[in-house]
Design a protein. Structure first.
Length: 288
């Protein structure tokens, strides 16, 4: 069966069928998926009971995988390229409200793009549903930074062109009160500068590049820059720019980090288990 791509009405987000991601991709299949990703930004694949080894093979098609920092908030993972997006502790039990990793993951409720603090940053993320809550699994919401930029008046675009922004994992975690980073993480994840507006190579469209990791505007008073970024994120994540993914068991998502923002939605994490497996591929060149 050939790969089939069913886009949403807006064209942001699409469901892909006709491929078993447990099997190695062919060059032709990868080309089709890459083209759909460049066009739609977010791709969902239903009923993909994938394992870690298969997921790692899949992410390597999109670029070199990002290694994660070896610190306590990821201690269940033995593969350095995977992150444990779950509410399960080291003993396999639901984390308490006071658990440190639970606090760390609360930052995922804010609009962000993965690894924007890295240099080079993430280009593509893959997220696999391994265990979902039995009742009302929380959605993941995405926002289209290309459409948001294009909806701005030309005069406003000219005002924002050329601005540069500092990105830092410490900025995003400070929003939830998390500060306990070890030395390895601080060496691996120093703050970095990125342009506020970038050109998306796959589509030739310009887009915002911001989110919770974006701390402030370079060369501006810090409070003024923070206020601008907050205003822009609020504007760019309006419902008209969103795709909302409603999770089903064994779903797998692939999205383009450069031109999207995303956030998780809350659920009763003291009652239901949720285990998602995350990995990402970085861009080949630093963003300057």
């Amino acid at each position: 069966m050939p790969i089939q791509v069913q886009p949403t009405a807006s064209g942001f987000g699409a469901e892909v069928s006709g491929v078993d991601l447990r099997q190695p991709l062919t060059e032709a299949q990868y080309a089709e998926i890459e083209a759909a990703l460049a066009r739609h930004g977010v791709l969902s694949f239903r009923d993909q009971p994938i394992e870690d080894e298969q997921q790692e093979q899949l992410i390597r098609w999109f670029g070199p995988p990002n290694a994660t920092a070896a610190q306590l908030n990821n201690s269940r993972m033995t593969n350095p390229y995977f992150y444990d997006v779950s509410n399960v502790d080291e003993k396999g039990e639901i984390m308490s409200e006071e658990h440190e990793r639970r606090l760390y993951l609360q930052a995922n409720l804010h609009w962000h793009t993965d690894m924007s603090m890295r240099q080079p940053p993430a280009r593509v993320t893959i997220l696999s549903a391994r265990v979902l809550p039995e009742v009302d699994p929380p959605n993941t919401e995405f926002a289209d930074m290309r459409a948001a930029w294009e909806a701005l008046p030309a005069e406003r675009q000219r005002e924002l062109e050329g601005l540069r922004v500092e990105h830092s994992v410490y900025a995003s975690r400070a929003k939830v009160g998390y500060t306990n980073f070890n030395e390895e993480t601080r060496k691996l994840l120093p703050p970095s500068e990125k342009p506020l507006v970038r050109l998306h190579p796959g589509s030739g469209r310009r887009h915002f590049y911001m989110g919770a990791h974006a701390s402030h505007v370079i060369g501006w008073p810090k409070e003024k820059g923070q206020q601008l970024l907050e205003e822009l994120v609020e504007y760019a994540t309006q419902p008209r720019f969103r795709y909302v993914h409603q999770w089903q068991p064994r779903d797998l998502l692939i999205w383009d980090d450069s031109c999207t923002l995303h956030r998780s939605r809350p659920f009763d994490d003291q009652k239901y288990r949720r285990e998602l497996r995350w990995c990402s591929a970085r861009e080949l060149e630093p963003v300057v």
